[in-house]
Design a binder for this molecule. Structure first.
Ligand code: NDP
Length: 264
């Protein structure tokens, strides 16, 4: 199926590994040029070069900490210099937290607020003017099922991801008049290298392999009984970014193997 994305330009934060990398590859397969942003410069540059070589698109990697306003200004400047802006913005960079409300200091709350919420606000302020010039665009935010169904060990993650969902809704209302569609995706369990690393640490010296550990988490939580692959999540992002999803505005899309236990 032709997704109608050929020649578009996408900025993907956290595009060097995991879900963000899978989204970047999904776009590249459709002929989308890429600006990938992540903190580890070597990795993000290497992945951009790899994708450019494999799919014949133009792809640049930009060392960026999206929790920092100055870094975002630099990232937007790079998108302008390379492509005159962008048609698609994927706010994907993020990470889990682990704390209690009683013990976490203000600085920790502030960091995750900047990482999950302010990065999205700042990138919109930077990229939306270019989308307007191009006659429209798409912004997709990667939140989490935890925005609705909390995991008790990560209150800051739950709270900032819930804020990201509301931000997406209000952005959608403000931007649709410029033909810019905003939506948010809430994944469940997605098997990224980070999950494998955590499982390896937690099962070290135990009578359980990392994959058995992960399999149990999936079977205990997701009715489908397994993790998603990053590519399964990326497919939804590529569809939502495409003209085939032209009436999708301001919605929250769960992709969680049935893990969400309520209707919304
Ligand atoms: P990974 O840890 O596999 O990758 C995270 C990516 O984000 C990397 O490219 C990392 O690169 C980048 N990143 C992290 N912090 C920053 C930062 N401050 N500035 C710029 N880039 C940053 O994550 P996942 O693929 O698992 O997760 C991607 C998104 O999906 C996250 O927002 C996460 O909350 C969400 N999600 C993940 C789920 C899962 O099960 N995996 C489930 C639900 C939601 P670098 O370290 O070089 O900066």
């Amino acid at each position: 199926m032709d997704m109608g994305l050929k020649g578009k330009v996408a900025v993907v934060t956290g595009g060097s590994v995991g879900i963000g990398l899978a989204i970047a590859e999904g776009f590249a397969q459709e002929g989308v040029h890429l600006v990938l942003a992540a903190r580890n410069e070597e990795r993000v540059m290497a992945k951009a070069a790899e994708i450019a070589g494999k799919y014949g698109v133009k792809a640049v990697g930009v060392a960026t900490d999206v929790s920092k306003a100055d870094d975002i200004t630099r990232l937007v400047g790079r998108a302008e210099a390379e492509f005159g802006g962008a048609d698609i913005l994927i706010n994907n960079a993020g990470t889990g937290s682990e704390e209690t409300i009683m013990d976490a200091p203000d600085e920790r709350w502030q960091y995750y607020w900047d990482l999950h919420v302010m990065s999205t606000v700042r990138l919109a302020r930077g990229i939306v003017p270019f989308m307007r010039q191009r006659g429209g665009g798409v912004i997709l935010n990667n939140a989490s099922i935890c925005a609705t169904q909390p995991l008790w060990y990560e209150p800051i993650y739950n709270t900032t991801k819930a804020a990201l969902v509301m931000l997406s809704k209000t952005m959608a209302g403000e931007f649709i008049k410029d033909n810019i569609r905003v939506n948010v995706v809430n994944p469940g369990l997605v098997l990224t290298p980070d999950w494998v690393k955590t499982a390896t640490i937690l099962t070290e010296g135990k009578d359980q392999t990392p994959m058995e550990y992960l399999d149990k988490i999936a079977k205990d939580n997701a009715p489908i009984g397994r993790f998603a692959s990053p590519e399964e999540i990326a497919n939804l992002f590529v569809f939502l970014a495409s003209p085939r999803a032209s009436y999708a505005v301001g919605s929250t899309y769960y992709i969680d193997g049935g893990w969400l236990r309520v209707i919304t």
